[in-house]
Design a protein around this ligand. Structure first.
Ligand SMILES: Cc1ncc(C[n+]2csc(CCOP(=O)(O)OP(=O)(O)O)c2C)c(N)n1
Ligand SMILES: [Mg+2]
Length: 365
């Protein structure tokens, strides 16, 4: 369920100062489910399977990181799974997806084998980026995943570039570019929004709004706390969406993608979500309360999805257990695969890098 951003007129007429809020679900639809489900049995089962695989893959990732099985940075997506679940089901094969460094959920939902993702975390040659990217730089062109980007906001302009290529080649594909609530403060967002609207690029900008950029909340960052309003000065269709509900995300994504495929250009979706874990693996989380976390966890998309499946008797308890066991096995096998894979060799440093034959400073390697 998407909520349309207020028009520029009513936004500027607003006299009262905006009261600082703590993270809350606000006015977006809560993920309570009554009555007939809007989506098919197959869709709910796929969402459940995909979101559970992401959650379990990442819970294990967190444990392995603490055990120092691999190094580098590690940002978990736990709590935000409904965004990728709804984005993938609401998009089409051939579409392109990219995000920031919180990038484990996207390729899993798009169908990348968890084994090559775990191997990438372990820095092994069998990883999706040949062990040279790590947690922040997952890539899988086969499924349309264009990365994993460590520089906050870098993917915004690159995503518009990807959309430009799709438009230029007349593929009918759409680019989905996810960014955090902190990333929207990058200046490049404005240049990108301007060009994307001018050229009516087939790009959907997704703010994965978990209300915090590391430890800094949205209300400490800006007076414009309704992030969907950021698109209005470019007359970009802009909406707020409940990010704890794969249904709401799917609907908003599908509607935006239909517009983009018709040549009507970009959409901005401010998708409200919450990360259950710290920003990265070293975050004491002093900037938020346990009560705030608990409020969001009550709307857990995986549990809610299972409730819909059980209420409609789509799966027996035995079948649910089979899915849970399958997920567990997938994660275990991904670790085994990673641990039995080789590390890159020194010479591999010189492969997959841009190299100019006549560049004067690299003569030998
Ligand atoms: C250009 C740049 N500046 C600063 C950083 C350090 N940094 C890494 S994550 C982050 C916070 C971003 O928060 P947000 O965009 O809300 O994404 P989230 O982590 O919540 O998914 C910062 C400042 C960076 N990686 N790149
Ligand atoms: Mg954030």
């Amino acid at each position: 369920m998407a909520t349309k951003a207020t028009s520029i007129d009513s936004a500027t007429k607003e006299k009262k100062p905006v009261k600082a809020k703590t993270a809350s679900t606000g006015s977006v639809t809560k993920a309570t489910r009554t009555g007939k489900p809007k989506f098919s049995k197959e869709t709910y089962i796929k969402w459940y399977k995909d979101m559970l695989l992401i959650r379990k893959f990442e819970e294990k990732t967190g444990q392995l990181y603490i055990q120092q099985k691999f190094g580098g940075f590690c940002h978990l997506y736990i709590g935000q799974e409904a965004i990728v679940a709804g984005t993938v089901s609401g998009s089409k094969k051939g579409d392109k997806h990219m995000t920031a460094y919180r990038s484990h959920g996207h390729p899993i939902a798009l169908g990348t084998d968890p084994r090559v993702l775990m191997a990438e975390l372990y820095g092994r040659t069998t990883g999706c980026s040949k062990g040279k990217g790590g947690s922040m730089h997952f890539f899988d062109k086969e499924v349309g995943f264009m990365g994993g980007h460590g520089i906050v906001g870098a993917q915004i302009a690159m995503g518009a570039g990807v959309a430009f290529a799709e438009q230029y080649n007349e593929t009918g594909n759409v680019a989905f570019v996810s960014m955090g609530d902190g990333a929207v403060r990058q200046g490049a967002l404005h240049e990108t929004f301007n060009m994307a609207m001018l050229w009516k690029l087939p790009v959907i900008f997704i703010i994965e709004n978990n209300n915090y950029a590391m430890g800094t909340s949205v209300e400490r960052t800006t007076n414009v706390q309704d992030l969907s309003k950021i698109g209005l000065s470019y007359e970009m269709p802009s909406f707020s969406v409940n990010g704890m509900s794969p249904e709401a995300v799917h609907e908003a994504i599908e509607e935006a993608a239909t517009r983009a495929r018709k040549g009507e250009g970009p959409t901005l979706l401010d998708i409200r979500t919450y990360r259950y874990k710290g920003h990265s693996m070293s975050d004491p989380q002093k900037y938020r309360t346990k009560a705030e976390l608990a409020e969001w966890m009550e709307q857990d998309p995986i549990e809610n999805c299972l409730k819909v499946i059980q209420k409609n008797k789509w799966l027996t308890d035995k079948k649910v257990k089979e899915i849970q066991d399958w997920v567990k096995k997938e994660v275990e096998e991904s670790i085994e695969f990673a641990e039995n894979s080789p590390f890159p060799e020194g010479k591999d440093l010189y492969e997959d890098v841009y190299m100019q034959e006549d560049y004067p400073y690299i003569k030998e390697y």
